[in-house]
Design a protein around this ligand. Structure first.
Ligand code: NDP
Length: 282
């Protein structure tokens, strides 16, 4: 039987396949879909990225993922970009379409897909904490999904202002930047609160973003990009105050569903993928 191979290109860490969340999640989807496909982690030195992409072409890969530090650098080796990847300026998923390798960014798409299980972002006022790669992808997709006003809250002024400016120039949303100093008080008219910094990520699970938690009101939806642990201090506080929440595991799984759709054309079962991740005890 002919086998299809699907390789990520990652550059940041080495981990046994059995413990790599993305491999576990994607291969669970392939099994459930009855596909005899593999998803393999390859470490690529930044100097060799062009060679790696040429290798992917030569071997007819259906696509691959890119993690830091390749998300921006890979663009010059591709044939084109999806609409949001072009705005975001970064690619985490590459898809072969015909003879071309096209870069997509599923970080923000996964976030919006997971969020829609809880609430529709259309017309909403959102506060986003962070202005790094994840925040950038989430902010652009939220704006393209119809969020009306987006406030970027970030420690570093330069990145925060740049992201707000990007949204104003390339999306229909109204966007502003507010410096993050002291415990941030969330305006009462906010409907969506998104945490997209690395505060609280394993192993620093006891850290909570510097937010005045008493300004979380029950009408707000609170989403956290941190997937490990899925229930962060922020989400626990939000639940205690009656907010609806969306966790980072849902974002990760939804990205996987979108990636599998790009590569195989098939709809993966998000429940099976989430369960595979939970069995890793994330
Ligand atoms: P980046 O390094 O690009 O950005 C980090 C962001 O966190 C910056 O905005 C930085 O602010 C902010 N930050 C870091 N430490 C602090 C702090 N102590 N207080 C306030 N702000 C802080 O990282 P990414 O954007 O790539 O990733 C951010 C998080 O999103 C990670 O935890 C990652 O795991 C998660 N993520 C989750 C995904 C999912 O599918 N669930 C997908 C992708 C990412 P400043 O600019 O001021 O330095």
């Amino acid at each position: 039987m002919a086998h299809d191979f699907l390789y990520p290109i990652t550059g940041s860490f080495a981990m046994p396949a059995a413990e790599n969340p993305t491999i576990v999640m994607i291969e669970a989807a392939y099994r459930q879909l009855g596909l005899n496909w593999r998803y393999v982690n390859c470490e690529v030195h930044p100097d060799k990225l062009g060679d790696a992409v040429r290798g992917a072409r030569a071997m007819g890969w259906r696509g691959f993922n890119c993690s830091i530090p390749h998300k921006v650098a890979v663009i010059e080796h591709l044939d084109g970009l999806g609409a949001s990847a072009r705005i975001i300026g970064a690619v985490n998923t590459v898809v072969r379409r015909g003879d071309e390798l096209i870069g997509e960014n599923t970080d923000g798409q996964g976030f919006v897909r997971a969020l829609r299980e809880v609430d529709d972002p259309t017309g909403k006022t959102a506060v986003i904490f962070g202005a790094g790669g994840a925040a950038r992808a989430v902010a652009v997709e939220l704006a393209l999904a119809g969020a009306a006003h987006i406030c970027i809250v970030n420690r570093g002024r330069e990145r925060g202002e740049e992201l707000a400016d990007l949204l104003v120039r390339h999306t229909p949303a109204v966007a502003t930047y507010v410096p993050w100093v002291d415990a941030f008080r969330i305006p009462a008219d906010t409907s969506l609160v998104v945490h997209a910094t690395s505060v609280g990520l394993y192993p620093h699970v006891n850290e909570t973003p510097d937010i005045d938690l008493d300004t979380l009101l029950s009408h707000m939806v609170v989403a956290d990009g941190i997937h490990n642990p899925p229930l962060t201090n922020l989400l626990r506080a939000a639940k205690d105050r009656g907010c609806r929440v969306a966790d980072g595991l849902g974002m990760l799984v939804s990205q996987g569903v979108i990636g599998v759709k790009h590569w195989t054309g098939m709809d993966a079962d998000a429940g099976v993928m989430r369960q595979a991740l939970l069995e890793l005890r994330l």
